[in-house]
Design a protein around this ligand. Structure first.
Ligand SMILES: Cc1ncc(COP(=O)(O)O)c(C=O)c1O
Length: 497
């Protein structure tokens, strides 16, 4: 409390008293002498200490609240929040994890040997890529545009492609304009430029728990304070979300509302609406990562938040990696009007522009309508794999006491053992039998061991699925038994008598 008594306010200064008080408290918060979640003194008490009117303190607190340094709890008072520290002030106090992120990203890249069955990779195998169509389109572009195809492209994206993306989006119920489209070199870059544009060290970002590894790494690399909220089968727990928003007043929340990675869960329509209402009420951006809404095998709920976004709060990211080819390094953002200048600056600083050659070829791909044929093809391929996978999980895995919620679309299946088990250990045992899974620890901010794991159908052929899952079930059985035996053996004493 001593630091409040030391605050000196000068009535002779040209600056209003409440601004001086605001500055003094703000500096204590930035320097950490007044800590996050600490309660500020009651208004009357501080006014007495500083010999000023109550109104001076009220106005200083209001300004601190407007700037995000404090928040009010109804009936309890005013408390210090965690954001937003100006960059220069916060950079010293926030660790920028570099090595940790690199290893996280690297661990996301799994080396697959030929004899392995990989339920780990969520990337389609190259035999599914529309290579022949692309060869024709690339030649067409080269004949038509010659050297222009190799010049720097507009940072926002090749204009004709942005126009075709507007038409493409219309098919998915999203009405937008070419001015609101930002072409990106893959969704991962999209997350990165959004983080660069909106996040300073110490700013709070809300993520789902578990979530996409690449998003964790990006937000960590910006020094964000990440709050993760457990996702349920029908989306985030809205009450928990609102409590966190109320407390931290974040700038951004990052979600995958359809066929979430890694769980495969989709938000109910009602939860989608409620998240949008919260964005309106608390004025934050929702980053919607739509890496896969296209693959809804039974036409279940897969509406995008962006198509429901009446108030322009959603930054929509579309990846083409899962439905076309990851090596194109192509995706796009649909931006709220106000977000555009910051995002454009971040994109320019990142790589100036996405490959002009690829943008031109992809533009023709969309204009010729060939994409529809390909998506239909991918849907059929994946639906077949999905159905086999669903059946064999029920046959071999569920009887082992494992829980599972069928995702009805997408590429990922999320399976959970009893809470006492470790899927890091299960991963190690499965690898020895040439089965690859992804342990849940990879999808959490703290990388803590988890009892859940992800299986994906992107890179397994139909004929591999049943033998692969049967072999995995044997590993799981062995693992559970070994744990149970260990338990039985511990704590047993033989009397010496
Ligand atoms: C949820 C999610 N977002 C983004 C990406 C990255 O996509 P891109 O290849 O378009 O950069 C992935 C890749 O797996 C993903 O799963």
């Amino acid at each position: 409390m001593g630091y409040y008594e030391e605050i000196k306010l000068s009535k002779k200064s040209e600056q209003h008293l409440y601004v001086q008080l605001y500055d003094a408290i703000k500096n204590h918060i930035i320097q950490g002498t007044i800590k996050a979640d600490e309660k500020l003194p009651p208004i009357r008490q501080l006014a007495e200490i500083l010999c000023v009117n109550n109104a001076t303190v009220v106005k200083a607190y209001e300004l601190l609240e407007q700037e995000g340094y404090v928040y009010k709890r109804v009936g309890s008072g005013t408390f210090v929040s965690l954001k937003p520290y100006p960059l220069s002030a916060a950079i010293e106090s926030v660790r920028l994890p570099v090595d940790e992120d690199l290893s996280l990203m690297n661990r996301g890249q799994i080396q697959i040997q030929e004899h392995m069955v990989s339920f780990a990779s969520a990337t389609p195998t190259p035999d599914l890529f529309p290579v022949d169509d692309f060869q024709i389109l690339l030649n067409e572009v080269l004949n038509r545009d010659k050297g222009n195809a190799f010049g720097y492209q507009e940072s926002q994206g090749y204009f004709p492609l942005r126009e075709s993306l507007v038409a493409y989006m219309r098919q998915y119920g999203i009405e937008t304009k070419s001015e609101n489209i930002q072409v990106i070199s893959g969704a991962q870059q999209g997350i990165d430029v959004i983080a660069k544009a909106f996040i300073n060290p110490g700013d709070v970002v809300i993520l789902e728990k578990p979530t996409y590894t690449g998003a964790i790494a990006t937000f960590k690399s910006r020094g964000a304070k990440i709050i993760d909220i457990p996702i349920r089968e029908d989306g985030l727990d809205i009450e928990a979300l609102e409590a966190v928003i109320e407390k931290y007043r974040p700038n951004l929340i990052y979600l995958m509302p359809n066929f979430q990675n890694p769980t495969g869960y989709s938000y109910s329509r009602e939860k989608k609406q409620r998240v949008l209402s919260l964005a309106q009420q608390y004025s934050f951006h929702i980053v919607e990562d739509d890496y896969l809404s296209d693959l809804s095998f039974y036409h279940t709920e897969n509406t995008t938040l962006k198509s429901m976004d009446q108030q322009d709060h959603v930054i929509y990211i579309k990846s083409f990696s899962k439905i076309f080819m990851p090596g194109l390094r192509l995706g796009f953002l649909v931006l709220p009007e106000k977000a555009y200048p910051r995002i454009l600056a971040a994109k320019h600083a990142s790589d100036i522009s996405t490959s002009g050659l690829i943008q031109r070829a992809f533009d023709l791909y969309l204009r010729n309508g060939i994409w529809k044929k390909h998506i239909h093809y991918m849907e059929n391929i994946y639906k077949e794999r999905y159905e086999i996978m669903d059946q064999v999980i029920r046959k071999y895995i569920l009887p082992l006491g494992i829980t599972y919620h069928p995702p009805l679309g997408g590429l990922n299946f999320w399976l959970c053992l009893n809470e006492k088990f470790s899927t890091n250990q299960l991963y190690n045992m499965a690898v020895k039998k040439n089965i690859l899974i992804v342990p849940g620890s990879l999808f959490s901010v703290d990388q803590k061991d988890s009892n859940c794991f992800r299986l994906s159908i992107a890179a397994v052929y139909p004929e591999q699925i049943e033998p692969g899952i049967q072999a995995l079930s044997e590993v799981i059985k062995e693992y559970i038994e070994s744990k149970d035996n260990k338990k039985r053996n511990t704590g047993v004493y033989t009397p010496l008598l």
